[in-house]
Design a protein around this ligand. Structure first.
Ligand code: SF4
Ligand code: SF4
Length: 241
C-alpha cells in the first residue's frame, strides 16, 4: 500500500494533527474491502473510492474552535466540520477526492462504525461511552475517499459500564427510562417534551456518569446539541398529534 502524500509530497497519516488542532480529534480510516458486507452495501461506494474515513470530536475543543470561527448559522458544528474537511483535502491532500456521506441524507449506522472503530460501547441511555472520553464525544463526518492511508483507529478501550457497580445514571433519570431490560425511548421523549423539563437541554443521566468528567461539554454546547434534538422532537410531536 502506498502512503497518501500531502501538498509538498510529505506523508499525511491519521491521526492527523491538523485535524486534531481543529477539534476533529477522533479519527479512523478503513479500507473498504475490510468492511462487513452489510455496512458496505449501505455505503454504495463508487469505482475510485477505496477508503472510509470516520471523524469525530472528543471533549470541548471542537466547540471552542466553532465559536472562534464565528461561523454562525443553524448548525455551526456541521458547517464548521464541512468547511474544514474541504480545506484539509485542498491543502493537505491535493489531487485526492472525497464524497461526504454524513452529515447528509445517506442512511449511515454511525454507532456500527463507532463499534468497528473501537469508540462505541453502549450505555444504559444508549449513547456510546469509552474509558477516556466518557460519553463526551460525537460523530462528525463519514466520507469515502480515493486515499491510501494505512488503516488506523484508536485503541479499543473497555466498556466502563461493565465495572460500574453503582450505575448513578439509572437513578438520575427522572423518567425511569433506564431501569428496565431495555432503554425506554418513549418515556425519555415524553420527559423531554414536558414543560420545564430538566431533560430539555441536557440529559441528567449523562451528567451523572463519573467517567471522563474533564471532557464534559460546556452548558452552551449541551444547550446547542440538545436544542437541535428537542426541536426535532417537538416538530414530530406537532405533526403526529
Ligand atoms: S454511570 Fe456507570 S453505568 Fe452509567 S453510563 Fe456511566 S459508567 Fe455506564
Ligand atoms: S434525557 Fe432525561 S429522560 Fe432521557 S435518558 Fe436522559 S435523563 Fe432520562
Amino acid at each position: 500500500m502506498t502512503v497518501t502524500t500531502g501538498a509538498q509530497g510529505t506523508p499525511v497519516a491519521l491521526p492527523d494533527a491538523w485535524l486534531s488542532a481543529r477539534g476533529l480529534n477522533r479519527q479512523a480510516v478503513f479500507d473498504l474491502a475490510t468492511l462487513p458486507a452489510d455496512i458496505l452495501a449501505m455505503l454504495a461506494p463508487q469505482a475510485d473510492e477505496r477508503q472510509l474515513i470516520l471523524l469525530g470530536h472528543g471533549g470541548r475543543r471542537l466547540w471552542d474552535c466553532v465559536l472562534e470561527s464565528e461561523i454562525g448559522g443553524a448548525d455551526p458544528i456541521d458547517d464548521y466540520t464541512q468547511a474544514n474537511l474541504a480545506r484539509w483535502f485542498a491543502e493537505r491532500l491535493p489531487g485526492k477526492r472525497y464524497r461526504l456521506l454524513y452529515p447528509g441524507n445517506v442512511p449511515i449506522g454511525l454507532q456500527s462504525l463507532g463499534r468497528l472503530a473501537g469508540w462505541h460501547h453502549a450505555t444504559p441511555f444508549m449513547l456510546g461511552i469509552d474509558a477516556h472520553w466518557g460519553t463526551w464525544y460525537a460523530y462528525r463526518a463519514v466520507l469515502l475517499a480515493d486515499t491510501d492511508f494505512p488503516a488506523f483507529s484508536e485503541v479499543d478501550r473497555d466498556n466502563p459500564c461493565l465495572s460500574c457497580a453503582a450505575q448513578p445514571c439509572i437513578a438520575a433519570c427522572p423518567a425511569q427510562a433506564l431501569g428496565g431490560a431495555a432503554f425506554d425511548l418513549p418515556a425519555c421523549i415524553a420527559q423531554r417534551l414536558r414543560a420545564d423539563s430538566a431533560c430539555a437541554f441536557a440529559c441528567p443521566a449523562r451528567l451523572a456518569c463519573p467517567v471522563g468528567p474533564e471532557h464534559r461539554y460546556s452548558s452552551a454546547q449541551m444547550a446547542h446539541s440538545y436544542g437541535i434534538s428537542l426541536a426535532m422532537l417537538r416538530e414530530y410531536a406537532a405533526r403526529t398529534g
